[in-house]
Design a protein around this ligand. Structure first.
Ligand SMILES: [Zn+2]
Length: 108
């Protein structure tokens, strides 16, 4: 996505998604929910706009969108889901610096 000057636009807020760390699509890819070939065809979203996924992230570096958190209340999230999605996000932050092929991004 970095090849295009404009980047991909978030389908929710319409702003560019500038970094894979803020991309909901790439997190789903790391989690194994999106296949490689789907990365380039599916609509992009900011993680902070995609509350359905972002609500599971429990990390000091992740800024939740307070409006979405307020609008959705305290959903009952399982520890397992939170762990998995948080691990995926940590992985996403790491691969940016590792310089590894995109095919090696997904968690085991
Ligand atoms: Zn957005």
């Amino acid at each position: 996505m970095a090849k295009c000057d404009q980047g991909y636009l978030c389908e929710i807020c319409g702003e560019p998604v500038k970094n894979i760390v803020e991309s909901s699509l790439y997190l789903r890819y790391v989690l194994g929910e999106v296949q490689l070939h789907e990365l380039f065809g599916k609509p992009e979203r900011h993680l902070k706009c995609d509350h359905e996924l972002a609500q599971y992230i429990r990390h000091e570096k992740f800024e939740h969108n307070p409006e979405l958190v307020a609008a959705n209340g305290n959903a009952t999230l399982t520890e397992e889901q939170c762990d998995r999605v948080t691990q995926g996000w940590i992985r996403l932050r790491e691969v940016v610096h590792l310089g590894i092929p995109i095919t090696e991004y997904p968690l085991e």
